[in-house]
Design a protein around this ligand. Structure first.
Ligand SMILES: *[C@@H]1O[C@H](CO)[C@@H](O)[C@H](O)[C@H]1NC(C)=O
Ligand SMILES: *[C@@H]1O[C@H](CO)[C@@H](O)[C@H](O)[C@H]1NC(C)=O
Ligand SMILES: *[C@@H]1O[C@H](CO)[C@@H](O)[C@H](O)[C@H]1NC(C)=O
Ligand SMILES: *[C@@H]1O[C@H](CO)[C@@H](O)[C@H](O)[C@H]1NC(C)=O
Ligand SMILES: *[C@@H]1O[C@H](CO)[C@@H](O)[C@H](O)[C@H]1NC(C)=O
Length: 567
């Protein structure tokens, strides 16, 4: 029986498939062992209920990627002509044949599915472990993340009827193992020096303090304008996870002390997802959330900022990243920039799950959204500083459709911050836009680190920005923060301000940045040429002339970017 769903109506299919045992099952995903840091702790109880998601085959993902390159490559005739929500959904919605095939299989197993993405390419189902084990020829077991003690129910392998392999990309969470949180390891110290309170507009512009970096200093360093005209239809979204709350009083304090002359009423707005909250109790404020909102609202002055507070009430198996992508894809007018200072190790996600999320970022890019992520804080040892024998790429920095931001320190000149994660993906090959940048770096590298990294992988980060001794307000005091967590919101502010000026000039927003950054944008960045990101017992990669897997193409120079984007 060959692909009966193409020919038969759903009711006939049920009849034809009345005996599931006749179907050949085929392994869809498997791993030999859980990723490092997770241990197997015996079978899961048969009546534990599982919430699973099914990714249906999108009807024309290749077409969407081609359209994405067309609208994002400066030399293309279609540059800037971003797609509407409807146009993107035309590419990614599954065919009616796919929907019928998957639903017929589910209903034959008495499982009811709910559609959970705007294009209909994701379904959610709930079923007990016993049924999932037989239906998917799986072995759902309890696995423990050793460092946190967090337990999850996963399987090392699962299968689907072979007739469905062309209709179903993955069932999840199954072979993806993630720690309970995607938080990056911020280093935070209380500031004990003297804060120089700004006393007039532009002060202390051109005069960065010796012992910290603040928003005025970054504005000067990167030649950013003081303000841009307010536009209500262009905004930056900051995503926050784990119920780390962004505190409004702390932003006020930050603005009062460090941004004299700016209106007192500059404030982010808050949206919530997956049970996220907006708790304004001062003691409950989160360092990461304060950092990310202060270095967007307080830096890209007048560009509206939305803080999306994502709670832990998600079952998406990837920290909420999938729910967040679908949340933005469902909007008619999504933000022009999304910045996320969270991440994970690539190896925790199955390739299929990693590709599915990356495809969602491609869809956002096609809509005209720049998706920025911090590169991670463990140098070449991944998002965390951990033991390793080969370099650990971070996620989602390896996805070509996100712009990965590394960290720098010092001012004249800037140098790479030693914790700045960078390297080469094992999941995505080097994309065309960075082929020559990467091959130049590999020639420079020669045989150094041979065998420790994937020379045919997508290189990251793409760009970088300040990430050491960044001054934030918290508990109505000042703290200094280190991490690529600082760098992504700073770069997002640059992009948000450029977008505002582009829209004011009747042009379109920048959207997916990478093809621009590696072509006409490269000379508008300040190349960082010293420093390295040690890890795994090596000196790993060094910054050098041109792109490098520590600081990417470099840090922003607003004056030059302004011309490079055609303003
Ligand atoms: C589905 O439900 C029907 C009616 O309750 C039952 O006869 C059938 O055996 C069930 N099928 C499966 C695969 O559980
Ligand atoms: C989390 O989800 C559960 C089940 O859907 C619901 O009862 C609970 O109210 C949610 N919690 C929050 C904080 O939204
Ligand atoms: C990583 O951890 C080691 C040992 O704990 C420490 O010596 C090193 O400084 C850390 N590196 C970074 C980049 O944090
Ligand atoms: C290296 O990257 C390539 C291209 O993405 C991939 O096909 C290959 O499997 C990777 N190698 C390893 C060892 O992960
Ligand atoms: C940024 O570009 C301007 C214009 O070319 C130049 O004057 C300035 O020195 C540059 N800034 C840095 C930090 O390179």
């Amino acid at each position: 029986m060959l692909r009966p769903f193409c020919l038969l109506a759903a009711s006939l299919v049920s009849t034809a498939w009345s005996n599931p045992v006749l179907h050949g099952l085929q392994v869809l995903e498997h791993r030999d062992a859980p990723p490092r840091g997770f241990v197997h702790g015996g079978p899961a109880s048969p009546d534990t209920m599982l919430s699973l998601r099914l990714a249906l085959k999108q009807n024309n993902m290749d077409g969407l990627i081609e359209a994405l390159y067309d609208v994002s490559t400066p030399s293309s005739a279609k540059y800037g002509q971003h797609l509407s929500k409807y146009e993107v959904e035309e590419y990614v919605s599954p065919t009616s044949m796919t929907i019928a095939a998957v639903n017929a299989w589910l209903s034959e197993n008495n499982v009811t599915a709910t559609t959970i993405s705007p294009a209909g390419d994701w379904l959610a189902i709930t079923l007990p472990v016993s049924q999932a084990n037989s239906m998917l020829d799986a072995d759902f077991s309890v696995f423990t993340h050793q460092e946190s003690g967090h337990q999850s129910v996963r399987t090392l392998s699962y299968s689907i009827p072979s007739d469905l392999v062309s209709h179903l990309d993955l069932i999840h969470p199954t072979v993806t193992f993630t720690p309970p949180s995607a938080a990056l390891p911020l280093q935070v110290t209380k500031y004990t020096g003297t804060t120089k309170k700004a006393t007039s507009a532009n002060d202390p512009v051109g005069n960065c303090p010796d012992d910290y970096v603040d928003a005025d200093c970054i504005e000067t360093l990167y030649n950013m304008p003081d303000t841009v005209p307010a536009l209500s239809n262009n905004y930056i979204a900051v995503t926050g996870y784990n119920n780390y709350y962004a505190n409004e009083a702390d932003l006020d304090y930050f603005l009062q002390w460090l941004r004299y002359g700016y209106p007192d009423d500059l404030m982010f707005t808050v949206e919530t997802l997956d049970g996220g909250q907006n708790d304004q109790t001062e003691d409950d404020s989160g360092t990461e959330a304060n950092l990310d909102t202060q270095y967007t609202t307080g830096l890209a002055t007048y560009v509206p900022v939305t803080f999306l507070s994502v709670g832990q009430n998600n079952t998406d198996g990837v920290f909420g990243f999938l729910d967040v992508a679908n949340y933005f894809l469902d909007m008619e007018t999504p933000p022009s920039v999304i910045t996320t200072s969270y991440g994970s190790n690539e190896e925790y996600l199955s390739t299929n799950v990693a590709y599915a999320l990356c495809n969602a970022y491609a869809q956002l890019g096609a809509r005209g959204v720049s998706v920025l992520y911090s590169s991670g804080d463990g140098g070449v040892s991944g998002t965390q500083n951990q033991s390793c024998t080969t370099f650990v790429p971070s996620f989602p920095s390896g996805c070509p459709y996100v712009t990965s931001v590394g960290a720098t320190t010092d001012l004249q000149p800037e140098v790479a911050a030693s914790f700045s994660s960078g390297g080469f993906s094992n999941y995505w090959a080097t994309p065309s836009f960075q082929q020559s940048a990467v091959s130049n770096y590999l020639s420079y590298l020669g045989s150094t680190n041979a065998g420790l990294y994937n020379a045919s992988g997508r290189g990251f980060p793409d760009v970088s920005a300040q990430g050491v001794d960044i001054m934030i307000a918290q508990y109505q005091e000042f703290y200094l923060v280190d991490g690529t967590s600082c760098s992504s919101p700073i770069f997002a502010s640059v992009v948000g301000m450029l977008n505002n000026q582009l829209i004011s000039a009747g042009k379109s927003t920048l959207g997916w940045l990478n093809p621009f950054l590696y072509s006409t944008g490269a000379s508008a960045l300040t190349d960082i040429t010293s420093g390295n990101n040690p890890g795994c017992g090596t000196n790993s990669f060094s910054a050098t002339t041109g792109w490098d897997p520590v600081t990417g193409l470099g840090t922003p120079n607003y004056t030059l970017l302004y011309s490079a984007v055609g303003l």
